[in-house]
Write a protein that binds this ligand. Structure first.
Ligand code: SAM
Ligand code: SF4
Length: 444
């Protein structure tokens, strides 16, 4: 039997695609390899949202050449996902020892492309648009208790910095019944938490039903009996009162919202084509907090967008302080060829962008720490994810608000056996990025 190894770069969508790539390969007779060095097939599922992910990919693919020249010439290397979609044939010009290139719309072709490469035929295939969803393919889930479920693919928003609409295509929704039926199967298979995935979940259904139906989808998914529902990502301009109400009233929908703001200055938000103002964003936050008291909020922020002045950046800091986010992902702007922003000439010098980024990162850390400190003494229902990556004697678990809790593993128990269990934990110590807790007597 041939073995495979999948290396994933980028977002949750790519993690989901990788589970489907693994499922597809296993259905075709491959077995998982735990080390890249010993696999017969190595698949790179790629990301090109920022330059760093791009560079890491090409660096890692190049370093695999040694395996092929060092006595294992039959190893097949496949590059798929966003870079495959964007670069197609050009991937092989940059790294000639790559055997297979596929895109975001034809994951299902991978086994046939590998067969073609093995018999010396052309194995580069990128489709201009998609007709199916990754969730329709077989899956080899990484965690037996968690399921990624794609509800839309692509994006119609065209933020000027973003390459996603180019590599993932226009937004397409998956029929509501298909999604619910997948969740029902997952529940029957022991899954306790699903994450509904889309670049903008709030516009779910617009293309097939004429108007967004995300709140209805949340109700339908909750009716399957799944214990926890999370979703990503929400565009602030499209989050509806009905979705906020679903967050407030459906116990399975976790009290956590990732609502990327990207910037705090109206002139930069306009240049980014985000289609809301800082005032509108802040109003949304007020509405959400009024309806869902105590909800945890996270966001994405870009620093150093072309034309960003010191005053613009101060507006970002001010907005972050005003909202007091529980968590934020922060990025230095990275020009992506082919996007409108890449043609802007008033670029921010790297050292200025770095200095602003560092100031923002400090603020985000302080806010996260303050938010975590407010948890100390609380007893929270936590979903055990497994053992902590650093210490096998420590459990990693998540509160409903998506806070990571480290808990000492009880004696005589394996972390593996507790993964997917909902337990009660008392929070004893706060750290900037996680909490330390202890299990209480009662299970939830
Ligand atoms: N669809 C989601 C949204 O609108 O929030 C997220 C898409 S993107 C994969 C994730 C994050 O990457 C974005 O929210 C943005 O902050 C960041 N990002 C996208 N393009 C970028 C660029 N060119 N430079 C730096 N950060 C970027
Ligand atoms: Fe990119 Fe904007 Fe679409 Fe998110 S909403 S994927 S940032 S274009």
């Amino acid at each position: 039997m041939k073995s495979y190894y999948v290396r994933t770069f980028g977002c949750q969508m790519n993690k989901h695609d990788s589970e489907r790539i693994a499922g597809l390969l296993e259905t075709s007779g491959y077995v998982a390899s735990h080390a890249i060095e010993t696999a017969d097939v190595v698949v790179f599922n790629t990301c090109c949202v920022r330059e760093t992910a791009d560079e890491r990919l090409y660096g890692q693919v190049s370093s695999l050449k040694a395996i092929k020249t060092g006595g294992r010439p039959d190893v097949l290397i496949a590059v798929g996902g966003c870079v495959g979609q964007r670069d197609g044939e050009a991937v092989r010009k940059q790294v000639p020892h790559v055997d297979v290139v596929f895109g975001t719309h034809n994951i299902h072709e991978l086994p046939a492309l590998l067969d073609a490469a093995r018999s010396g035929r052309a194995a580069i295939s990128v489709l201009p648009e998609g007709t199916s969803f990754a969730s329709d393919l077989p899956s080899a889930r990484v965690d037996r208790w968690h399921g990624w479920v794609s509800i839309t693919v692509g994006c119609d928003n065209h933020c000027t910095y973003c390459i996603v609409p180019t590599v993932r295509g226009p937004e397409r929704s998956r029929p509501l019944d298909d999604i619910v039926s997948e969740v029902e199967h997952l529940v029957a298979d022991g899954v306790v938490e699903v994450t509904l995935l889309g670049q903008n979940v709030n516009s779910y259904g617009r293309d097939i039903y004429g108007s967004p139906r995300f709140s209805e989808l949340l109700h339908a998914v909750a009716a399957t009996g799944i214990a926890r529902i999370r979703f990503a990502t929400s565009h602030p301009k499209d989050i509806s009162p009905a979705t906020i109400e679903a967050l407030a009233t459906l116990p399975a929908v976790m009290p956590f919202l990732h609502l990327p703001v990207q910037h705090g200055s109206n002139s930069i938000l306009r240049a980014m084509n985000r289609r809301y103002t800082r005032e509108q964003y802040l109003e949304r936050i007020r509405d959400i907090r009024a309806s869902v008291p105590g909800i945890a909020l996270s966001t994405d922020i870009i620093v150093g967008f072309p034309g960003e002045t010191d005053e613009d950046f101060e507006q970002t800091l001010d907005l972050v302080r005003t909202v007091a986010f529980d968590h934020a992902f922060t990025f230095i702007y990275s020009p992506r060829e082919g996007t409108p922003a890449a043609r802007l000439t008033k670029t921010v010098p790297r050292d200025v962008a770095q200095e602003r980024f560092d100031r923002l990162a400090t603020l985000v850390r302080d806010l996260s720490y303050a938010s975590n400190q407010r948890e100390v003494g609380m007893v929270r229902p936590v979903l055990v994810e497994g053992s902590s990556r650093r210490d096998l004697a420590t459990l990693s678990a998540r509160t409903p608000h998506n806070r990571l809790v480290h808990i000492p593993l009880p004696e005589g128990v394996r972390a593996l056996d507790l993964a997917g269990r909902l337990l009660a934990a008392r929070i004893v110590v706060a750290h900037p990025w996680f909490l330390s807790g202890e299990l209480t007597e009662d299970a939830c």
